[in-house]
Design a protein around this ligand. Structure first.
Ligand code: HDE
Length: 759
C-alpha cells in the first residue's frame, strides 16, 4: 500500500490526520517489533477487549526471580506462577467479582455501605501500596543476568561460584544516591552498582559504586554527609544534586571528602549509561582459599563498552526531556539483545599485618591503589539479559547487605565497611516491614536455608519441627553446624592487635590531598576542563562566599591551575596551598579518553523526510541493526515514511537521545514547526530547514557527537554551519556515511572538536 504523505502547511492537523489514518493499518505490527520500548507483550486493539483470557505472558526479554520456596528449595513452577492467574477479576481471596466500578450503595444516590468488603479491600490495599523509599540510593533500576566464572580466582578463594565455568544467576540494581525515587537519572551524583549473586553456597552481595573512593573514612559519619548532600531541611531543595551550600559546607570542612568530591565533579558523575560505568567494591575484602591462605583484594567491574559519560548540557537537557534516560537505556538495550556486559576483576594484595600496599593504607576507603601498581585481574563475566517483570517486586524490594557472604569471601577492618555491616539489615527492617525480607521472591537464596529464625511479620515459610534452638534432642539435634570439610563460612581468625578502646583513626588516614591530585593529574585536558566547569557551576550555585573560599583552599592544596581556573569563574582570588603539593605519578587507567570500544546498543538518530533517499535510509537502518545498534527514524510526522516506521517526530525527538545523528533529507519546516527566524522576518527561504532539525545538529555538534549526511542532508549541515568540521562526514550513500560514523563512535566522542584550554 502506498502511503500518501502530503504536508499541506495551511492545514497541518488534517494533513497529519490523513497520513496517520492511511498508514494505521500498515503501522500495526510494524512499529512494535522494530525498536525496543513498546509496553506490553502484544499490541493493543483499538476496541476495548471483551473476551476473557488468561493473563498475557511477559515480554520476551522479561524475567522474574526463579521460583524458590522461602527456604531456598527449587519449586519447578514457572516464574509466572508468582503473577496473577486466570481470566476473571477476583477478590484477593480468589472469589470472582461481577463489578469493580461501582461501590455498594443504599440506592444509586445513596451513601456507600460499610458492608462493601470489596470496596474496603481495594481502597485499603491501595492506601498501603507505598513503602518507604531507600534513605539513600532511592532512585534505581535493576536487571537479571548471569555471572560466568573464569576460574582465575580459584587459587585465592574457595568460593564455589568463582570456580571455572560456574554460572550463577544474578540481580543487579543501579542507582543514584541523593535523589528521591522519582528524581531524574542523569543528575551529577555517584551511582550505585549492587549485585546479588545467588550462589549455591549462600547469596553474595557486592554492594558497589561507580567510584572507587568514599566521602568518609568512618561509617559513623554517614548521616552527616548524607544530611549535607540531601536537600536543605527547610525548603527541601534542591532535589538530587550537590550544587548547594550544605554539601559544599560539609566537604570543604571535612577534607577527607575531597577525593570522592572530585570524582563526582569529573565526567564519572554523569555516566552516559549504566552500561558504560565501572563498578568498585571500594573497600578491601579478604579472600580465603581451601588451604586457609588469605589475600586482600579490591573488586572492580569493567564495562565491555568502556567508561563513557554524558556532557553536562546533555545531562541537564535529559533531566527534563527524559528523566528516565538511564533506566530506559538499560531496558531498551536488553530488549534489543545488546546485553550489557562487565568483567569482574580483582586487585590482589598480600595479607600483611600492616594491611598496606605500596605505602597505601588498604583500610582507608578514600584511597585507591592505581592499576599501574596492581593490575585488575579478570575473574568472570557478568551479562544482564532479562528485565524485571515487575519493578516493585524486584527492583524496589531487593535488599542488599554486605554481610551476605559465601565461604571464601570475608571482610576487613575498614571502619566504613564495618559500619555498613550493621546498616544494611537495619534499614530493611523499616523499609521492607520486618525481619523476613529475605523471603521476598527477589531476595530468596538459591541455597538451602536452615536458620532457626522464626515468626515475625510476613512469615512465608511453614517451618516444621518443634526445636528451633540448639542444642536440642527433640528434632534429633537438627540443624547441625557444618564441619571444616562441609563448606562452612568461617570468619578468618585475623589477629587484632592489642590496643586501647578509642574513637580515633590511624594517622595514615590524615592525608586528604595526595590522591585527589593523582586523579587530577591523570585526566586528559578535555576531562580536566569538564572538572573545572563542574566545580565552577556547583560552587557558583552556593549562596555563601565563605563556603566558596573554603573550598578554593582545598582546591589550592590539590592543584594551583585547577584552583585558579575555578577562582576566576567565581570571581574570587585563588589562595596559596597550605600543604606541600604531592609529587605523585599519574594513573593513565583513570582517564576515560583515548581508547576505542564496541558500540553495541548505541542509538542512531536518522532524520528523514518524504523526499529523502528512502531506499538508502532502509539500507542504513538494516546496517544499524546488524551492527547491534538501534536506529531511530525522526520525521516530520509519525506513522510511516515510505515503508519505514517513524519512531520520533521533529516535535518529540531531541539530540540527547542519540549517540550519533545521520541526515538523509533536506528537512523543510514541518507544519507544526514554530517558524524559523527568517520566516518571521518575512523573508521567503526555499532552502529553509526545520528549526528543530537545526537544533538537533547544533546540539550534536556541541556535544562532540559524530554527524553524517548524504543527499539532501548535506544542505542541512551547510545551513547549520558545521559542514567540513571534525567528526562531520558526508558521502554518496547512507552506507558509506554510516561506516564512517561507526569508526568515530568507537572513540565515544569527537574529542578534537573542542581543543581544551588546560594542558
Ligand atoms: Fe550504602 N547504604 N552505605 N554505600 N549503598 C544503602 O541500604 C550505608 C556506602 C550502596 O540498590 C542503604 O538498602 C552506610 C559505600 C549502594 O538497594 C543503607 C555507609 C558504598 C546502595 C546504606 C554506606 C555504598 C546502598 C540504603 C557508610 C559503595 C543501594 C538502602 C558506612 C561501596 C543498594 C539500603 C540498592 C544503600 C548505608 C556507604 C553502596 C542505609 C551506613 C561506601 C549501591 O543501609
Amino acid at each position: 500500500m502506498e502511503v500518501p504523505v502530503q504536508m499541506d502547511s495551511s492545514k497541518p492537523a488534517k494533513a497529519v490526520k490523513d497520513v496517520v489514518e492511511a498508514a494505521a493499518e500498515k503501522v500495526a505490527g510494524v512499529l512494535t517489533p522494530d525498536v525496543p520500548g513498546a509496553p506490553g507483550s502484544a499490541p493493543p486493539t483499538v476496541e476495548e477487549p471483551t473476551t476473557p483470557h488468561d493473563p498475557l505472558p511477559p515480554k520476551a526479554e522479561q524475567g522474574a526471580p526463579e521460583t524458590r520456596t522461602p527456604t531456598g528449595a527449587k519449586t519447578g513452577a514457572p516464574t509466572t506462577a508468582n503473577g496473577q492467574q486466570g481470566a476473571f477479576l477476583t477478590t484477593s481471596q480468589g472469589a470472582r467479582l461481577r463489578d469493580t466500578d461501582h461501590s455498594l450503595k443504599a440506592g444509586p444516590r445513596g451513601p456507600i455501605l460499610l458492608q462493601d468488603h470489596h470496596f474496603r479491600e481495594k481502597i485499603t490495599h491501595f492506601d498501603h501500596e507505598r513503602i518507604p523509599e531507600r534513605v539513600v540510593h532511592a532512585r534505581g533500576a535493576g536487571a537479571h543476568g548471569l555471572f560466568t566464572a573464569y576460574g582465575t580466582a580459584e587459587k585465592v578463594t574457595k568460593a564455589g561460584f568463582l570456580k571455572k565455568g560456574r554460572e550463577t544467576e544474578v540481580f543487579v540494581r543501579f542507582s543514584t544516591v541523593l535523589g528521591s525515587r522519582g528524581s531524574a537519572d542523569t543528575v551529577r551524583d555517584t551511582r550505585g552498582f549492587a549485585t546479588k549473586f545467588y550462589t549455591d553456597e549462600g547469596t553474595f552481595d557486592l554492594v558497589a559504586n561507580n567510584m572507587p573512593v568514599f566521602f568518609i573514612q568512618d561509617a559513623i559519619k554517614f548521616p552527616d554527609i548524607i544530611h549535607a548532600a540531601k536537600p536543605h531541611p527547610d525548603r527541601e531543595i534542591p532535589q538530587a544534586q550537590s550544587a548547594h551550600d550544605t554539601f559544599w559546607d560539609f566537604v570543604s570542612l571535612h577534607t577527607e571528602a575531597q577525593h570522592h568530591t572530585m570524582w563526582n565533579m569529573s565526567d564519572r558523575g554523569i555516566p552516559r549509561s549504566y552500561r558504560t560505568m565501572e563498578g568498585f567494591g571500594v573497600h578491601t575484602f579478604r579472600l580465603v582459599n581451601a588451604a586457609g591462605e588469605t589475600v586482600l583484594v579490591k573488586f572492580h567491574w569493567k564495562p565491555k563498552l568502556g567508561v563513557h559519560s554524558l556532557t553536562w548540557e546533555e545531562a541537564q537537557l535529559l533531566g527534563g526531556i527524559d528523566p528516565d534516560f538511564h533506566r530506559r537505556d538499560l531496558y531498551d538495550a536488553i530488549e534489543a539483545g545488546a546485553y550489557p556486559e562487565w568483567e569482574l576483576g580483582i586487585q590482589v594484595f598480600p595479607d600483611t599485618p600492616e594491611e598496606t600496599f605500596a605505602g597505601i593504607d588498604l583500610l582507608d576507603p578514600t584511597k585507591i591503589v592505581p592499576e599501574e601498581l596492581a593490575p585488575v585481574q579478570p575473574i568472570g563475566r557478568l551479562t544482564l539479559n532479562r528485565t524485571p517483570t515487575n519493578f516493585f517486586a524486584e527492583t524496589e524490594q531487593v535488599a542488599f547487605h554486605l554481610g551476605h557472604l559465601p565461604p571464601g569471601i570475608d571482610v576487613t577492618n575498614d571502619p566504613l565497611l564495618q559500619g555498613r555491616l550493621f546498616s544494611y539489615v537495619d534499614t530493611q527492617l523499616t523499609r521492607l516491614g520486618g525481619p523476613n525480607f529475605s523471603q521476598i521472591p527477589i531476595n530468596r537464596p538459591h541455597a538451602p536455608v536452615n536458620d532457626m529464625l522464626r515468626d515475625g511479620f510476613h512469615q512465608h515459610a511453614v517451618h516444621a519441627g518443634v526445636a528451633p534452638y540448639r542444642p536440642n534432642s527433640l528434632d534429633g539435634g537438627n540443624p547441625f553446624p557444618a564441619g571444616d570439610d562441609e563448606n562452612a563460612f568461617v570468619d578468618v581468625p585475623v589477629t587484632v592487635a592489642e590496643a586501647p578502646k578509642v574513637r580515633a583513626n590511624p594517622v595514615s588516614f590524615d592525608d586528604h590531598y595526595s590522591q585527589v591530585r593523582l586523579f587530577w593529574l591523570s585526566m586528559s585536558p578535555v576531562e580536566k576542563e569538564h572538572i573545572i566547569r563542574a566545580y565552577t557551576f556547583e560552587l557558583g550555585k552556593c549562596y555563601h562566599q565563605a563556603i566558596k573560599e573554603r573550598q578554593l583552599q582545598s582546591l589550592a592544596n590539590i592543584d594551583p591551575v585547577l584552583c585558579a581556573e575555578i577562582a576566576t569563574g567565581l570571581g574570587l582570588p585563588a589562595p596559596q596551598p597550605t600543604v606541600p603539593l604531592a609529587d605523585v605519578p599519574p594513573s593513565p587507567a583513570l582517564s576515560q579518553v583515548g581508547r576505542e570500544w564496541p558500540s553495541d546498543g548505541r542509538m542512531v538518530g536518522i532524520v528523514v523526510d518524504p523526499d529523502a533517499d528512502l531506499d538508502g535510509v532502509g539500507q542504513v537502518r538494516r546496517a544499524v541493526f546488524a551492527a547491534g545498534m538501534v536506529p531511530l527514524l525522526i520525521a516530520p510526522h509519525g506513522g510511516l515514511v515510505g515503508d519505514l516506521p517513524v519512531q520520533r517526530t521533529f516535535a518529540t525527538g531531541r539530540s540527547v537521545e542519540f549517540d550519533v545523528l545521520l541526515l538523509a533529507g533536506a528537512s523543510a519546516p514541518a507544519p507544526d514547526a514554530i517558524p524559523a527566524r527568517e520566516a518571521t522576518a518575512g523573508a521567503a527561504d526555499s532552502a529553509a530547514v526545520d528549526p528543530r532539525v537545526l537544533l538537533m545538529v547544533e546540539e550534536c555538534w556541541r556535544h562532540a557527537k559524530a554527524i553524517g549526511a548524504w543527499g539532501g542532508g548535506v544542505t542541512v549541515l551547510e545551513r547549520a554551519g558545521v559542514a567540513g568540521t571534525p567528526g562531520v562526514v558526508t558521502g554518496d550513500s547512507g552506507a558509506e556515511v554510516f561506516t564512517a560514523v561507526q569508526r568515530l563512535l568507537a572513540a565515544h566522542r569527537v574529542w578534537e572538536r573542542f581543543p581544551a584550554s588546560v594542558a
